[in-house]
Design a protein around this ligand. Structure first.
Ligand SMILES: Cc1cc2nc3c(=O)[nH]c(=O)nc-3n(C[C@H](O)[C@H](O)[C@H](O)COP(=O)(O)OP(=O)(O)OC[C@H]3O[C@@H](n4cnc5c(N)ncnc54)[C@H](O)[C@@H]3O)c2cc1C
Ligand code: SF4
Length: 507
């Protein structure tokens, strides 16, 4: 008997496990664009357009290859608005033995699909998502017996396990980590190469109109729209990165320049996370470039660390901690998310620029997300749920499995240190060192408190003082309290006053 194979919006990979045993003559592929997924947070309009267009292109490619595809468009009058309702209808309409799906990326979707079995008696097979290097079971085994989970050790094990840039188990180049070489700021004459841009076709044009029409109240600019929406174009984007930016990826990995959203990053997370690219081919492309002598070790190691280290570690943490990870709030932070996270209407130049990028491109690079937007939310004590809903909404690469640990664990330390060994908190000095934002800011980065001082400066010390009982024992941060204690009472009072005034204004 025939099977129904469900392909979710982040499973647009021709080699996805659910397709492996598909019988083209009898099985049907099922894909649907549903309101529940598009609206459960108010996703950026570019993100919705990207995913709908990529899904429609993927469905067409499957049809061209002889698969029977049932595709429910968002605008179909019969569309029931949720994946589960659509599957129930399809299962009732057809004569299917079972529903097959590759393990969904998000806990919420897994729960909903599981209900099809428990509540409606639908026979359901959930297959491993083998697009990741490390399965959730393997990650659980790695975790067992460890007191602390640190990405660095996970990453080294992954390098050894898959023999990536290793020789006889040792790292090529002699070091596992070149982070210390990767903190440069580009001179003015270092121009950022253009990121790959792609023309729209009829499918994308239709989707852009649909999104403009149906999601007028969602955040973000729809146009210009130049994302790749097919695997062939996503591969071109990957090649473009390897050819034009990988060489300097490491050097400028942490740098931020005003009006320069893309810098030397890869800009492939949207393609990786929806399945148009496979992480293995990204790693292989970078290693090949190293072996051809086209990119130095600090760049290639830095890139590989992100893919086989951070990306896999983050996913492992997500499945280990769910459900419940989304509700953690170590600092008991309660403040509402300021409106300028949506409007960009603030005099803090760093935040303004990062929001501008987010709004226009549904993208901001890692240091902008972590050390500007995340850091500000951490220092000012914004409620983690509001912060993570915002991050989930605004980036084209955001899916809960990757967004949540990055926000709860890395940016906000709301898990109390499951993922990171210390909070990524910093004052204005760090931002000034790694960017040119402060040069044209209303605030003075050199001023520590009082009128016109950079808010990050006093908020940093205020955050440490407020959370002393929770942080003083942290071996990586405890010594900062010695510096704080050495400050004069007058200086401490000025920090407290500037912070109280700023936070009052924020509320
Ligand atoms: C608060 C916060 C929220 C984030 N939310 C997301 C998210 O929703 N989706 C997402 O894919 N990434 C997220 N990240 C991680 C990272 O910022 C993005 O992966 C990266 O900016 C994507 O741009 P890029 O492709 O140019 O990446 P590059 O900097 O060029 O890195 C290459 C690739 O490495 C992977 N990678 C790098 N860092 C991470 C990381 N910390 N976690 C997982 N993968 C990583 C990505 O797949 C990325 O494409 C978040 C980081 C922070 C601090
Ligand atoms: S001075 Fe402070 S607020 Fe202004 S850009 Fe620099 S770090 Fe940001």
């Amino acid at each position: 008997m025939a099977n129904l194979i469900l392909i979710l919006g982040d499973q647009l990979s021709p080699t996805i496990s659910s397709l492996a045993d598909c019988d083209k003559s009898s099985d049907s592929i099922f894909m649907c664009e549903v309101s529940e997924e598009a609206r459960y947070v108010k996703h950026h309009r570019k993100k919705i357009a990207f995913l709908f267009s990529a899904m429609r292109h993927f469905a067409k490619e499957l049809e061209d290859e002889g698969y029977r595809v049932v595709y429910r468009k968002f605008e179909d009058s019969e569309n029931k608005g949720s994946i589960e309702a659509e599957i129930r209808r399809q299962m009732a309409d057809g004569n299917y033995e079972k529903l097959l799906v590759t393990h969904p990326g998000e806990y919420r979707v897994l729960e909903n699909l599981s209900k099809l079995k428990s509540d409606y008696g639908i026979s359901l097979d959930i297959l491993e998502d083998d697009r990741f290097f490390c399965s959730t079971d393997e990650f659980s085994r790695w975790v067992k017996g460890r007191k602390q989970l640190r990405m660095e050790y996970f990453y080294r094990d992954m390098r050894r396990r898959f023999s990536i840039l290793t020789e006889g188990g040792a790292p090529i180049g002699g070091s596992w980590n070149y982070d210390s070489e990767n903190r440069k700021f580009p001179d003015d004459d270092v121009k950022t190469p253009q990121t790959a841009k792609f023309d729209t076709d009829k499918i994308t044009e239709d989707v852009l109109k649909l999104v403009a029409d149906k999601f007028p109240d969602h955040f973000g600019e729809i146009e210009p729209f130049d994302f790749a929406v097919t695997r062939a174009d996503a591969l071109k984007a990957l090649n473009d990165f390897v050819r034009c930016r990988l060489e300097t990826f490491g050097d400028y990995q942490d740098a931020m320049r005003e009006g320069d959203p893309w810098m030397f990053h890869a800009h492939i997370s949207f393609y990786l996370n929806c399945g148009l690219l496979n992480p293995r081919e990204c790693v292989a492309a970078a290693v090949d470039a190293y072996e051809r002598g086209e990119a130095p070790i600090n760049a290639v190691e830095g890139f590989i660390r992100q893919i086989i280290g951070w990306r896999e570690f983050i996913r492992g943490i997500y499945w280990m901690m769910m459900p419940g990870y989304e509700a953690l709030n170590f600092f008991d932070s309660k403040r509402a998310l300021p409106d300028f996270y949506w409007s960009g209407d603030t005099m803090m130049n760093c935040i303004k620029d990062c929001i501008h990028s987010t709004k226009n491109y549904a993208y901001a690079h890692h240091i902008q997300r972590l050390m500007v937007l995340g850091n500000f939310a951490l220092l000012t004590g914004i409620n983690p749920k509001e912060v993570s809903d915002w991050f989930l909404s605004v980036y084209a690469d955001a899916y809960e499995w990757v967004e949540l640990p990055n926000v709860i664990g890395m940016a906000l330390f709301a898990d109390g240190g499951k993922l990171a060994s210390k909070p990524y908190a910093s004052g204005g000095n760090y931002i000034n060192k790694m960017s040119n934002y402060c040069k044209s800011c209303h605030y003075k980065v050199s001023k520590k408190s009082g009128e016109g001082a950079c808010p990050f400066n006093y908020l940093y010390w205020d955050f440490l003082a407020r959370n002393r009982t929770k942080l003083e024992g942290n071996p990586r941060i405890g010594m900062l309290y010695k510096t704080y204690d050495r400050m004069s009472e007058e200086k401490k009072a000025a920090i407290a006053k500037s912070s109280a005034d700023f936070l009052k204004e924020l509320d």
